[in-house]
Design a protein. Structure first.
Length: 244
């Protein structure tokens, strides 16, 4: 029998396609609390196509995706106060991370998790979110403390789109992620010290910032900012060229 218009359905009936005004109804979970302590073991198990996590009490509290299946897509909403860790199920991976390694989904964000091959999830929107009540987009953010080691290997990792850096002493260090074309990272040195920002030793292994030598740091003076941009793997350019 034909389907009436203007209703939501969880399945097609007798292969009758949805018509104008019909909607495909997906399973949903709400008011989820991410598991305290983070980690894959014990992470809250998501079991719906649309899930809203309303409580993330501590940075890194965790949830786990259901088992993957080719053609499956999930919408996960983090409406908590902190970023949460999202894990694949068992040995399944997200965005080609190592097995058992989660991805960080920022607070106030909606991320699409898609599967084309069993065991692999890929994301859209992982580093962007929404500003509550403003209708504006946000980006992943963090405040980090540069490391006393002052070297590439000991530099505090820069992992967010927008980063504020503090430093307790001169020439402490931070290290960029592996370069990838299209990456754009804004870094503010909000300390009263000069901070050394290094490229990553991974990736091409000879990554450079501007016209500096391979693996050499750029110095960011106190209270300066710059945007690190990449359109060729292994090469970062800063805007402005000298942090100011």
């Amino acid at each position: 029998m034909p389907l009436a218009l203007g209703r939501a359905y969880g399945a097609f009936v007798a292969n009758t396609p949805l018509g104008l005004g019909d909607f495909l109804l997906e399973s949903a979970q709400d008011l989820i609390t991410a598991t305290a302590g983070g980690g894959q073991a014990g992470a809250y198990q998501l079991n719906a196509q649309i899930s809203r996590i309303s409580t993330v009490a501590t940075l890194g509290d965790s949830v786990m995706l259901p088992l993957s299946a080719p053609g499956l897509d999930l919408l996960v909403i983090n409406h908590g106060a902190n970023a949460m860790q999202v894990f694949g199920n068992g040995t399944e991976v997200i965005d080609d991370q190592a097995s058992g390694t989660g991805v960080s989904q920022m607070a106030n964000s909606l991320v699409i998790y898609c599967c084309a091959t069993a065991g692999k999830w890929y994301t859209e929107g992982l580093s962007s979110g929404f500003a509550i009540s403003l209708g504006l987009q946000t980006y992943s953010y963090a405040t980090i403390a540069a490391n006393v080691g002052g070297t590439q290997a000991t530099g505090t990792p820069i992992t967010a789109m927008l980063t504020n850096m503090t430093a307790a002493g001169a020439n402490y260090s931070a290290t960029l992620p592996v370069s990838q074309p299209g990456l754009e990272l804004t870094v503010h040195n909000i300390s009263s010290q000069t901070v050394r920002v290094f490229p990553n030793a991974g990736g091409t292994t000879t990554e450079v910032i501007n016209a500096l030598s391979a693996n050499a740091a750029i110095s960011m003076l106190t209270n300066t900012s710059t945007v690190f941009t990449c359109n060729i793997a292994g090469q970062w350019w800063t805007v402005p060229r000298v942090p100011s």
